[in-house]
Design a binder for this molecule. Structure first.
Ligand code: ZN
Length: 61
């Protein structure tokens, strides 16, 4: 409960939000880090962080 997705940060500066229900709960975030391939630079090993607090619509900081 509470986890609606993950935020994947690549070292190249790109980041993407993914829905948590894409993967079974048995998959750990550390495994996602190894599986994720950045669409920008094509490298693996991104920094995956749980997304507990969804950004408010219309808020653009
Ligand atoms: Zn990248």
């Amino acid at each position: 409960m509470g986890l609606r997705g993950v935020l994947v940060y690549c070292h190249c500066g790109r980041h993407i939000a993914l829905d948590a229900d894409r993967w079974p709960y048995s998959v750990r975030l550390s495994e996602l880090e190894q599986r994720f391939v950045c669409q920008g630079c094509g490298s693996r090993g991104a920094d995956v962080r749980p997304d507990f607090a969804p950004p408010k619509m219309g808020t653009n900081v």
